[in-house]
Design a protein around this ligand. Sequence first.
Ligand SMILES: *Cc1c(COP(=O)(O)O)cnc(C)c1O
Length: 403
Amino acid sequence: MSFKQEAKENFPDWPIYDEDELNAVNEVINSKNWWAGSPGVHKGENVWKFQEEFANLQEANHCIAVFNGTVAIETALLALGVGLGDEVIVSDYTFVASASAVIATNAVPIFCDIDPDTFVMDVNKVEELINERTKAIIPVHLGGNPVEMDKLMEIANKYDLRVVEDSAHAHGSRYKGKRLGNWGNAGTFSFQASKVITAGEGGAIIVNDKSLANLIYSISDCGRVKNEYFYKHVRYGTNYRMNEFQAAVLRKQMEKFPDQHKLRNENAKYLTKELNKIHGIKVIKPTPGTEELGWYIFPFVFDPVEFSGISKDEFYESLNKNGIPTDDCYPPLHSLTCFKEVNLRPGIDYSHANWGSAKSKDENFPVVSDIYSRSIEFPHEILLASKEKLDSIVEFIASLKKR
Ligand SMILES: *Cc1c(COP(=O)(O)O)cnc(C)c1O
């Protein structure tokens, strides 16, 4: 599979930065406050300010910054009491982190198939996966496209389950009046290099319940309690703290975000309209009720019959070779090598998982397997390009029909 690198020069590059980020990092270095430490004890303040600013952006009461999006999920699960003997229902179409974070808590992920139009967890298939071991659900808002959170929360409440929204793609997404990450108990975000707000690595958890926020903070900072004695470790916790360099860059990236987000939403609408005019192309459909979309990726599926039998690899190759940066979509979790094995961690019983050896067959996850076999995705920076550039993509894809 070829990746977008070779095609980068023709389209907006990512990350986008200027003097603001350079000066911010310089300031941190010269301040000698390279970590945030404890409020009132240490002088680093970018992390504390970032937490407030990101909570504001996502319209949440609290934000806890951590060093990546994977440990953000893990910390939220731990705080919600997920652990040994528990099962957690996860969308099958996502980055491995949504499930590896579950493994890290000693719980067992259970994979849920997707909706063929929106590519996110099919909430109608969740209930059949619930049993007495089920403790939590991790909906993943793929490309920023919302899982139907109103319906999912009804199910979660009915069975008394916790919900952690993996919002690594959903900065700025809004569904039925609420920003994503605020529907469940907690919402987790990533600021890894490819994400729409980035410091190379970084993560955050948004929460609306104050005591849960305090618990999450404590777990991510060695079991400390804010404003209490520094060496009083009241519970199990570990060091998942974000540093001042990350936070300083993120604060500047966040200033650039609103304009980029607006442009991505406008351009995605335009590109969707134009691409859907081509017979055999179907762009991901925003979940009904979506008001803004994060558009971390722009996925679409093609019908090989309409494209004289083109393979997925050929489709990628031709886009990339022609200067259009194109990425592979995530191979579904059930198909990953690690989930064909059943002994991921010593001492854990994975025999009830709906994956592993024969259970990992594509026929057990029919929708995602079909979608993945024909899907292509553009990275979000393509949506920062001019209309002319977008037109050239549409023209090129239409021309592939006449190969
Ligand atoms: C990026 C990402 C994460 C977190 O990844 P990190 O690289 O650890 O920040 C989690 N879930 C999804 C769906 C992601 O794309």
